[in-house]
Ligand binder design. Structure first.
Ligand code: SF4
Length: 406
């Protein structure tokens, strides 16, 4: 059962409420006074601040000066993280701010524009945490009319959020507790506006596993740094984005010419065709030949079983379809279905090179089918495949060393 809330303040004392109203009016006035200085093309000059504890949200202006200094999603996300996060904050506490940011080319026709970043204090390293994701979500985030979104505090119970150009709605997610990522994503999208995209966590994020990731479009990941655990601690099971606002660019004609010029370079490059056909798994052969393919917990750069986890093996033993993020001619992603064996019929996106080396090379697993299956297990639970592969190979290495000393 969904419960819809727009802005709703906690019942508190009257002074608190009046103060909130005063701050909000003051910010609005400043916003209109500064409007003249808020003119940076490629941006909306606006961030969305969501207070999960109070179930409120507000828009705040972000000046040209800051956007000029930070220039792009990574700079803006990092700037906001440094500005907003309390010093010494526990990454696994609701006080750890979670930021989603997009850049000036997001939502334009520029190649590879469909990426966004998240920024927080990492539960995996207890330091600066950033993670990036492809797929088709980035333009829908930007279409909400914001350059960045800040999540503060934590929901009182498991929830999911829907964000569009009109603001934020909070939904109860109790029925999704413990659900895997694919199921969670399908469930919240079924209750969302047409054309919406989502990011979700699985059981790993809910249980605050430090290597939990966030998934989007089933197989796309905000993999690094334990982003899923941060959403988990905030009791946010997922977020949908359905923005359709267009952002003005400074010079349409110049942008068009730049896009054409890049396309021409891409056409001329032999690497483009290779990425389109083989995708990132082609790196297995390249790195193994150069003796730098991560093998047996980084003990070697050559894996004897490399031929069973490389791109050629994939082409021969999987049904492979090239596919890519919107506006990307590289189309490096491969939707692949296993043809034979105990995992026949299993569909994954990839496996990508990073997953192949972390799960396959580091753990000396032969057979891309087994790598794809473990990839799928991690995706469903919402666990970063690179971290999982590293940790399991570390465990194997430690056990081997211990038993050889006995
Ligand atoms: S298709 Fe590949 S290269 Fe293109 S944006 Fe997506 S991940 Fe990047």
């Amino acid at each position: 059962m969904d419960i819809f809330y727009y802005t709703k303040y906690n019942p508190g004392d009257i002074i608190d409420r009046l103060y909130l109203v005063y701050i909000s009016v003051k910010k609005r006035v400043m916003y209109f006074e500064d409007r003249e200085k808020l003119n940076m093309k490629g941006f909306f000059n606006q961030i969305l601040r969501i207070d999960l504890s109070k179930r409120t949200f507000q828009y705040e202006a972000i000046s040209d000066e800051i956007l000029t200094k930070t220039l792009g999603g990574k700079g803006l996300g990092t700037y906001l993280l440094m500005r907003e996060n309390p010093v010494g904050v526990n990454p696994l506490s609701p006080e750890n701010v979670f930021i989603i940011a997009v850049g000036p080319v997001t939502g334009t026709k520029m190649w590879s524009q469909s990426r966004f970043g998240t920024y927080t204090k990492s539960p995996a390293t207890e330091g600066y945490g950033e993670s990036y994701c492809g797929g088709a979500l980035a333009p829908k985030i930007k279409g909400c009319g914001v350059d960045a979104i800040l999540l503060e505090g934590g929901c009182a119970s498991l929830s999911w959020l829907a964000i569009d150009e009109n603001g934020v709605t909070f939904h109860d997610a109790a029925v999704l507790r413990g659900k895997e990522t694919y199921e969670t994503e399908a469930a919240i999208l079924a209750h969302s506006r047409e054309g919406a995209g989502a990011m979700v966590i699985g059981p790993a994020g809910e249980n605050r596993v430090a290597i939990a990731c966030i998934k989007s479009y089933k197989w796309r990941s905000l993999g690094r740094g334990g982003m899923g655990a941060v959403l988990g601690v905030k009791n946010v099971k997922g977020i949908t984005f359905a923005g359709t606002k267009d952002c003005e660019v400074a010079d349409e004609e110049k942008l068009k010419n730049l896009i054409k010029a890049i396309a021409q370079k891409g056409k001329e490059s032999p690497v483009t065709e290779l990425y389109q056909k083989l995708g990132t798994p082609m790196q297995v052969k390249v790195t193994n030949t150069q003796k730098c393919f991560p093998t047996r917990y980084w003990q070697s750069g050559r894996f004897s079983g490399w031929a069973s986890i490389c791109a050629d093996y994939m082409q021969a033993n999987f049904e492979v379809k090239a596919h890519g993020c919107p506006n990307c001619f590289l189309r490096c992603t491969k939707k692949s279905v296993i043809k034979n064996g105990r995992h026949a019929g299993l569909e994954v996106e990839g496996p990508e090179y990073e997953t192949i080396y972390a799960i396959g090379g580091l753990n000396a697993i032969e057979g891309l089918e087994e790598v794809a299956w473990l990839n799928d297990v991690c995706d469903r639970l919402g666990i970063d495949t690179m971290s999982a592969g590293n940790i399991s190979s570390f465990a194997i290495r430690s056990m081997t060393r211990t038993s050889s000393r006995k």
